[in-house]
Design a binder for this molecule. Structure first.
Ligand code: NDP
Length: 254
């Protein structure tokens, strides 16, 4: 279907070298987009590029540390230099530091907020002039169930993910006139490196997730391919400022 066609489009995915980011990259690659895999780990970047190339996609890696503003700017500039344009920005890089709120140092707080929230703002800001130049674009921010709910072990993470939803609405409002749509995806509990660590740290998490999720399973990175293509393609041209839960029903169960 033409509305979902991404041929000729260029997508940057921060944290695109694994987990949910790579799941979205695969979907967009299959829909025809060229992909820039943007993570810190060179070996993971290279493996992801190889995997996307097998799908027949043009894929390159541009190493980035989203904690560094200059690195965010260099990512966008490098994308345009290498691939000629930037149509889709997925702000997906994220971390959590699991501990009780009273145990956070200021440095830990800033690390989570800067990785998850400030970086998304900086990359979006850097991408804006390029999308303006080509007549529009798509930005997709990865929130969380912690954009909606709280958890005792995730104060900084919840603050960052709640902030991402509000930032999404503000950017969507500012840039709708420029034909740039900005939306968020709120994943439920997804089986990735991030949550494998959480399963070790939080007793009972695995069973709680199965119990609380109506679909009775953990999500997988592949569950994000379709929604990424939707939000990256003309199919979503009148959708902006929205937050779409991809959570097996986790957030709607009473
Ligand atoms: P992963 O740990 O697999 O992915 C996190 C990605 O972020 C990695 O690719 C990592 O790349 C990248 N990253 C982290 N810090 C930086 C940095 N400073 N600069 C550049 N890249 C960075 O976890 P997920 O796939 O699960 O997480 C992806 C997103 O989804 C995150 O925003 C997370 O909060 C969100 N999410 C995940 C859920 C889940 O259940 N898994 C639920 C809700 C939201 P590298 O290793 O190269 O640094």
């Amino acid at each position: 279907m033409k509305a979902f066609d991404l041929k000729g489009k260029v997508a940057v995915v921060t944290g695109g070298n694994g987990g949910i980011g790579l799941g979205m990259a695969r979907g967009m690659a299959e829909a025809g987009a060229a992909i820039v895999v943007a993570g810190r780990d060179a070996a993971k970047n290279a493996a992801a590029v190889a995997e996307l190339a097998v799908l027949g996609a043009r894929a390159i890696a541009i190493p980035v540390d989203v904690l560094d503003e200059a690195s965010c700017k260099a990512l966008i500039a490098g994308t345009v230099r290498e691939l000629g344009r930037l149509d889709i920005l997925v702000n997906n890089a994220g971390i959590n530091i699991r501990k009780a709120p009273q145990g956070y140092s200021a440095a830990e707080w800033h690390r989570v907020l800067d990785t998850n929230l400030t970086s998304a703002f900086l990359c979006s800001q850097a991408a804006y002039p390029e999308m303006l130049r080509t007549g529009g674009g798509k930005m997709i921010n990865i929130g969380s169930m912690m954009s909606i709910f709280g958890a005792s072990f995730a104060t900084a993470y919840a603050a960052s993910k709640g902030g991402l939803v509000q930032m999404t609405k503000a950017l969507a409002t500012a840039w709708a006139k420029d034909n740039i749509q900005v939306n968020a995806i709120l994943p439920g509990w997804i089986d990735t490196a991030l949550t494998r660590r959480a399963r070790e740290d939080v007793p009972g998490l695995h069973d709680n997730v199965l119990h609380r999720t109506p679909a009775k399973r953990w999500g997988e990175p592949g569950d994000f391919a379709g929604v990424a293509v939707f939000l990256a393609s003309p199919a979503s041209d009148f959708v902006t400022g929205a937050s779409i839960a991809v959570d097996g029903g986790y957030s709607i169960q009473g």
